[in-house]
Structures are given as structure tokens and as C-alpha cells.
Ligand binder design. Structure first.
Ligand code: CUA
Length: 342
């Protein structure tokens, strides 16, 4: 082995080690399909690993056979003539036809089974209509009369039937720890389902390139213990009657929100108020969300103010206009109002 070959082999070895380390790290990332937390993701990950192991076994055995042949039958100095020539071998041909057939069949059955199981929501599922917008998600619970955005609350341990569609271009609904990607296509409804076995917060992400802020189109799934979910539903339904007892500053914020000064009401809905716009996210419970701007900013007073002042600083291409023209005290009043919505 020459000096250069040896160096290259060392480099290849390091690359393989690095790749292995990185892959092993995947199971600790917040968004990874290798750490399934519900039955749909478990089925999909199981199928992925099953086919991966078969492919690895094939890859290793073919490589080993190739290396053996290359070394064993290499040209040796002093060797005379052409090696023995063989044409056709029925036993070998039958073996290398039958083995791939068996492998394909053993992959096909669990694949078809998984395709049906992951596409068919079980009975008793909670229905959620999820609509993609550039660049945020609307979540509607038709059975509960609730509309919210970017934070999907679900009861842990119960299947959720998803009706996925889009308002503009093709998006894709993806919560790696709960289920693989399903496209959200304008003019049609794709059915999928998720279930979170344990209460936790799961990160989601649009997985279909949809324009400037595709990477900023995120959401969270909050799986709550069933009783906490029921409590949230009751609280949220009460919230739909309109905000109660606003401070003087928040009340001024609402007036600005609903006037041509702020003009927020032209695009946003706040249930039980004059604001019934349907261009942007429903903000009825915005004060209780942990993030704003479709998952890209923590929901703090300062972040919300900075966002309203100039949304394009955070989300290039957003249709939400700048409000830098508003005096500071008006911005503060609007933020005060929105933060009180919980
Ligand atoms: Cu929506 Cu990418």
C-alpha cells in the first residue's frame, strides 16, 4: 500500500467515524424521526430501520464477496494463460433471482401494511383541520368550535385525525417525533393522523419549500394530559366570548387594534370582538402561546413589540406590514392588549 493510499484510508476512516458520531447524535436532536414518540412515527421508524438493516446486510455481503474475489483471483506474476472460463450456472442464477424476490416480498408486506395504518386514523380520534399559509399554520377543531394558530394542543394518548390543506401554495406538515411528512395542497384535503403517547412539546416544521420564509414556518404540538386538555378546551371556549376585564392600557390597545390606526383587525380575528380578519393568524389566545411569528420568537413583551414594529426583520417576505409609524405608546398598548389574551 502506497503512502498516499494509506493517507486516504486514514482520512476515509475519520470521515466514517465522524458520520457515525453525527448519526448517533440524531436521536438527541429536537426534530428527529429516529426518536419516535407515538404509534405513527414508531411504525414509520420501524419500517425505515428494517429496510436499512436489510440494505446494510446486502451492502456488506456484496462488498465482502467483491473484496474476496478481487484478492483471491487477482493476477499473479508468473501465472500463465487465461483463467478457466465459465458460461451460465442454473443453480446460481436461481439463487440470485429467488433471494431478491424474497427480500422484496419481505419489505413489501410491512410497507403496504404501514401505508394503510398510517393513513387511516383510528376510531375516536379528535379532528383537527390544519391549513398552511405563507408562513404559518392555522389549527381548527371543528367539534370544539376552536380556532388557533401555530400551537396545536392535543390530548396525550389519543389519536388526532388531521385534515390537511393549504390556503396558497403547497406546504408540508411535519412533526418528526410524531409522524412523517404529509403535503398540504391548496384545493384538496389530505388525511393523516398523529398521536403523542406522552405529554410533551413536539417541534414541527413546514417541509415543502414554499418561498422566502419557508424555514421560518414552524409550529409546536403540545400534548397535554387528557384532563388538562379538557380544561384548556373549556377555558379556550370561554375566551371565545371575548376578552374579559382589560386594563386601561389594554383597552386602549384594543381600540387601536380595531381602528384604522393599528388596522390589525383587517387581517386578524380575536373571537368575540370586532376583529374578524382572516388573512393572518387567529389571535384569540395569543397571550398563552409560548412562541409568536410561527414558532420563531419566544412570546415575550419585547419580542412581540419588535415583531409588530417590523415583522420583515424576522420573517422575510411576510405579508404583515411594518408598524414602525406608530408611536411607542401605541405599540405598547397593542402589545399589552395582545399579551392579556389568555
Ligand atoms: Cu410552508 Cu415551506
Amino acid at each position: 500500500m502506497g503512502k498516499w493510499t494509506r493517507r486516504r484510508n486514514v482520512r476515509l476512516g475519520f470521515a466514517a467515524l465522524l458520520a457515525g458520531t453525527l448519526l448517533a447524535g440524531c436521536s438527541t436532536l429536537p426534530q428527529t424521526p429516529l426518536d419516535p414518540k407515538g404509534p405513527v412515527a414508531q411504525t414509520q421508524t420501524g419500517l425505515l430501520l428494517y429496510t436499512l438493516y436489510i440494505a446494510m446486510a446486502i451492502g456488506i455481503s456484496v462488498t465482502a464477496a467483491l473484496l474476496y474475489v478481487v484478492v483471491r483471483f487477482r493476477d499473479r506474476p508468473g501465472q500463465a494463460g487465461v483463467p478457466r472460463q465459465i458460461r451460465g450456472n442454473h443453480v446460481l442464477e436461481i439463487i440470485w433471482t429467488v433471494i431478491p424476490i424474497l427480500i422484496l416480498v419481505s419489505v413489501a408486506f410491512p410497507t403496504v401494511e404501514a401505508a394503510f395504518a398510517t393513513a387511516t386514523p383510528p376510531d375516536g380520534a379528535l379532528t383537527v383541520r390544519a391549513t398552511g399559509y405563507r408562513w404559518w399554520f392555522a389549527f381548527e377543531y371543528p367539534e370544539l368550535g376552536i380556532v388557533t394558530a401555530n400551537e396545536l394542543r392535543i390530548p396525550a394518548g389519543r389519536p388526532v385525525r388531521l385534515e390537511l390543506t393549504s390556503n396558497d401554495v403547497i406546504h408540508s406538515f411535519w412533526v418528526p417525533k410524531l409522524a412523517g411528512k404529509t403535503d398540504m395542497i391548496p384545493g384538496r384535503v389530505n388525511i393523516a393522523w398523529i398521536q403523542a403517547d406522552e405529554p410533551d412539546t413536539y417541534l414541527g416544521q413546514c417541509a415543502e419549500f414554499c418561498g422566502d420564509s419557508h424555514a421560518n414556518m414552524r409550529f409546536t404540538v403540545k400534548a397535554l394530559p387528557p384532563d388538562e386538555f379538557d380544561q384548556w378546551v373549556r377555558d379556550r371556549q370561554a375566551l371565545a366570548q371575548g376578552p374579559s376585564e382589560l386594563s386601561a392600557m389594554a383597552a386602549r390597545g384594543r381600540d387601536l387594534f380595531e381602528s384604522t390606526t393599528g388596522n390589525c383587525w383587517a387581517c386578524h380575528t380575536i373571537d368575540g370582538t370586532k376583529a374578524q380578519g382572516v388573512v393572518g393568524p387567529n389571535l384569540t389566545d395569543v397571550g398563552q402561546r409560548s412562541t409568536i411569528a410561527a414558532g420563531i420568537l419566544e412570546n415575550t413583551y419585547e419580542n412581540m413589540k419588535a415583531w409588530i414594529k417590523n415583522p420583515a426583520d424576522f420573517k422575510p417576505g411576510t405579508t404583515m406590514p411594518s408598524h414602525a409609524r406608530l408611536p411607542e405608546q401605541d405599540l405598547d398598548a397593542i402589545v399589552e392588549y395582545l399579551q392579556s389574551l389568555k
